[in-house]
Design a protein around this ligand. Sequence first.
Ligand code: PAF
Length: 282
Amino acid sequence: MLTVTTIAGVRARREEVGRTGVRIAFVPTMGALHDGHLALVRRGREIADEVWASVFVNPAQFAPGEDFARYPRDLEGDREMLAAAGASVLFAPATKEIFPRPPATVIDLPALTGGLCGAQRPGHFRGVALVVAKLLNIVQPHVAVFGAKDWQQGAVIRRMVADLDMPVRIEVHPTVREDDGLARSSRNAYLDVDQRRAAVVLHRALQRGAGAAAAGERRGAALEALLADEVSGEPLARLEYAAAVDPDTLQPLENVRGRLLLALAVRVGATRLIDNLLVEVS
Ligand code: PAF
């Protein structure tokens, strides 16, 4: 696997590879890789000839006081995991390479970012959209693969790519879970033993909501209340939001018909965890 740290280096490699007609799948990450990321790499290998990944902890998507400084970093470990999973190129730029000056450009999708994590983390999705647009422009992949755990992020990126006619297909891959249902996340590394046990409450709450929907509950507010009730039963957990929304528009659903996204953000100790479940009701 080739490791590249400069934009010029990626462009040179991209031009070389482009001449051979090779199709590229891109997996952008912030590192601290786990099996959820590797599933994206494996998916990339199924749908393209080469997988290119990036590791860049993007300062633009962290608000002051969030965990940018202590976000887990292990570039050597990431490199080994990506190589073992069959990635061909790792782009691992320094902050100055991506942001040599404070950006004057803003990419904002207020229709999709007013609720859920966007409401809790103002500016977060502007930072995500900007860096993903830059990475897609630099790498110019045929397809980019993102995890479904960050559902709102996937919706924002899909819409940005459509609105800006960016020549890339966006694929969202199912969430990878631990045996007890906890969604794989780099932030799980922050949890101590008791918090790790408590964190399963997100999955339990989503299952309870999905069960109620399957049993006929169609009121979005009632489903949200069920999620919140389950979280409130876990003393180490503090609910940030529980939502029942349309999976495409992310707008709250008064009455559920067809597809429904149940979504949660919960603090376990100081760690903010998110998860969601796509539910199909007949
Ligand atoms: O999902 C992530 O890890 C990040 O938000 C992303 C897409 C790599 C942008 O920094």
